[in-house]
Design a protein around this ligand. Structure first.
Ligand code: GUN
Length: 283
């Protein structure tokens, strides 16, 4: 029997608990977690993500604002905007939605966010803390995946994990979190040779490569746990992951669906990070 890892249900459960914790924080300390999201331009996917983040923040009882600015904003103007939010203590989390337009240097922008408010965990200070084994602010997608492993009692210690994808947002922090949980980790990517054979050695396979239905059953060992971070459209325009779900579900011991797997967890973990940042200001 394959376990379907239900990220939507877990995220809903966590959101409920978060709303309660938030109400308690307000009552005990008079602090309301505040999350501001900056969206530059009108990228359709980013607009959907940002709207979902706003809804989730409001449902948790947070102070929430989306600052929508034109694609023509200059880098200096964007840096000024961030500086203002850094100084305002009512904001505990600042998130600049990526990608940014080409004329804006992403690295400079991420560096400008106060690391204590960097709820994405993308600031080099926070990435360094994660890699040195002292995580504070951590990227939400791999954090959500770790939460799923815990919820479903998936053992990581001593297991062989293969992460396909090496982005700063998912692949690299995922590898570090698995390493911290005592898995033996390999990071693979689009230029890895014999990728299917390597993936087939994994007890835990995390796929974040951004190609629709790329991982077929030839990549998967019988009984492996398969986590699909992909969010793509197939040739019929239907939402699908990086894993060919139907055929891989036949051999995996556990698998995340798309939609309803990793996606909802990412947003909930972002809210958890914002809540934790608010707590750190009073405790
Ligand atoms: N664009 C795609 N994923 C993310 C994310 O997790 N954070 C931000 N800021 N932008 C993104």
């Amino acid at each position: 029997m394959t376990t379907i890892i239900d990220g939507k249900a877990l995220a809903a459960k966590m959101q409920g608990a978060l709303a309660e914790k938030t109400a308690q924080l307000k009552a005990e300390h008079g602090v309301t977690p505040g999350l501001v999201v900056i969206l530059v331009g009108e990228d359709p996917a980013s607009q959907v993500y940002v709207r979902n983040k706003e809804r989730s923040a409001q449902a948790a009882g947070f102070k929430s604002e989306v600052v929508r600015v034109a694609e023509t904003i200059t880098e200096a103007e964007l840096l000024d905007l961030i500086a203002g939010f850094n100084q305002d203590p009512s904001w505990h989390g600042i998130l600049v939605q990526l990608p940014l337009p080409d004329h804006i240097n992403e690295e400079k922008v991420l560096l400008a966010i106060d690391p204590a408010k960097d709820v994405d965990g993308f600031h080099p200070t926070n990435m360094g803390k994660l890699w040195s084994g002292h995580p504070v602010m951590i990227p939400s997608t791999p954090a959500g995946i770790m939460q799923m492993f815990t919820e479903y009692d998936i053992e990581l210690k001593g297991k062989k994990a293969v992460v396909i994808g090496r982005s700063n947002i998912v692949g690299k922090p995922m590898a570090q979190m698995l390493l911290d949980a005592h898995a033996t980790v390999t990071i693979a990517h689009s230029r890895t040779q014999n990728l299917a054979a390597l993936a087939k050695t994994a007890d835990i396979l995390v796929v974040a490569i951004g190609r629709a239905n790329f991982v077929t059953k030839d990549f998967v060992k019988d009984g492996a746990v398969v986590i699909d971070v992909g969010m793509n459209r197939d040739e019929n325009g239907k939402l699908c992951g990086d894993v060919a779900y139907a055929e891989v579900a036949e051999i995996a011991s556990a698998i995340t669906p798309v939609p309803g797997g990793v996606g909802p967890m990412t947003i909930t973990m972002l809210m958890e990070q914002t809540y934790n940042a608010a707590v750190r200001t009073v405790k």
